[in-house]
Write a protein that binds this ligand. Structure first.
Ligand code: A2P
Length: 331
């Protein structure tokens, strides 16, 4: 299958990228180094992940040593949702570029469709006294989008897109946009296959990037530590009998089966790993093809909304925001 997806702006986006959400600062430089050595050219980050600086350290070294050219890389970062106001965009994009030590990114995403107020330091969401997040329900995201368009014209990003938007929210931006969103990045894996959203995006020529393509094993600890929040029913997709069976049949790791299932359907994947062997394995996907029957077997694992892991309820009070994207969860 193909190694890139052609975006609506004509750019080629590598279909496998390194995810860096929840990566620890001390492990991230090694992970990026291992990824570049394994042939990754696509790295996904966000202002919010606190990994940009470490990614930038490795990228700038590789560029300086002439081991890689900037134009060979595809770097995505994201506007934090406490910076969703139009006047915030320029500041946050420039901060990200500074940390990444780059003149431009390839893709800049609005991280979340719902906006939080910002704290006084300007670097984290504002919280109310009861620990809930301070919701900004006045912000007009279409105005924010215009600012993102301005950054394409300024040359600070090659393309712009969305993350965690539902189909209706994607359609609203797309309709109003002068420069169209090229990507919507969402949670997507065998238990949450996002059929309806993928169809809606396809019609608009918006590519879909899957975060947590392996179902984020191990994420529970992170959430307990960071938000004192426990995610129930944490799935073991890698251990599902069908995945195991196909792993034996194709002599590929369970993770490789899950990733192939997505890329064979033109879904971009950004598996996170800090382990050099797993990093290498997660891009070693181009010497086999799943048969149509086996793709169907994996399609049948879909649990729709019940398969969603990250409903953002760890942001206490978020479900009251009018732009909370997963209303179906609340019923
Ligand atoms: P590690 O960083 O120790 O490799 P997701 O991308 O769905 O969020 O999943 C990330 C989680 O999956 C991380 O905890 C990562 O652990 C683990 N992981 C990444 N690649 C593999 C793999 N090939 N096999 C098993 N687990 C993996």
């Amino acid at each position: 299958s193909k190694t890139t997806v052609t975006l609506s702006n004509g750019a080629e986006m590598p279909i496998v990228g390194l995810g860096t959400w929840r990566a620890q600062p001390e492990e991230i430089e090694n992970a990026v180094q291992a990824a570049l050595e394994s042939g990754y050219r696509h790295i996904d980050t966000a202002f919010n992940y606190n990994t940009e600086e470490y990614i930038g350290n490795v990228l700038s070294k590789w560029i300086e040593l002439g081991k890689i050219k900037r134009e060979e890389l595809f770097i995505t970062t994201k506007l934090p949702n406490f910076g969703n106001r139009p006047q915030d965009v320029d500041k946050f994009l420039k901060l990200s570029l500074e940390r990444l030590k780059l003149d431009y990114v390839d893709l800049y995403l609005i991280h979340m469709p719902f906006s939080f107020h910002c704290n006084d330091a300007g670097n984290a969401p504002l919280k109310n006294e009861d620990g809930s997040f301070s919701l900004d329900t006045e912000n007009n995201i279409l105005e924010t989008w215009k600012e993102l368009e301005g950054q394409v014209k300024n040359g600070l990003t090659k393309a712009i897109g969305l993350s965690n938007f539902n189909s209706e929210q994607v359609q609203r931006i797309h309709k109003a946009a002068e420069i169209k969103p090229v990507v919507n990045q969402v949670e997507l894996h065998a238990y949450l296959q996002q059929k309806e959203l993928r169809e809606a995006c396809k019609i608009l020529d918006v590519a879909v990037t899957a975060f947590s393509p392996l179902g984020s094993p191990g994420a529970n600890t992170h959430f307990q530590n960071k938000y004192n929040y426990s995610l129930n029913d944490f799935p073991d997709i890698l251990g599902h009998p069908v995945v195991k069976e196909l792993s034996e049949k194709y002599k590929k790791l369970p993770a490789q089966i899950l990733l192939k299932h997505l890329i064979q359907q033109d879904v971009i994947v950004i598996p996170k790993s800090s382990n050099p062997e797993r990093i290498k394995a997660n891009i070693d996907l181009f010497d086999f093809e799943l048969s149509p029957d086996d793709l169907e077997k994996l399609n049948a694992l879909d649990k729709n909304e019940d398969g969603r892991i990250f409903d953002f309820m760890f942001f206490k009070g978020v479900e009251k925001h009018p732009e909370y994207p997963f209303k179906a969860r609340l019923k």
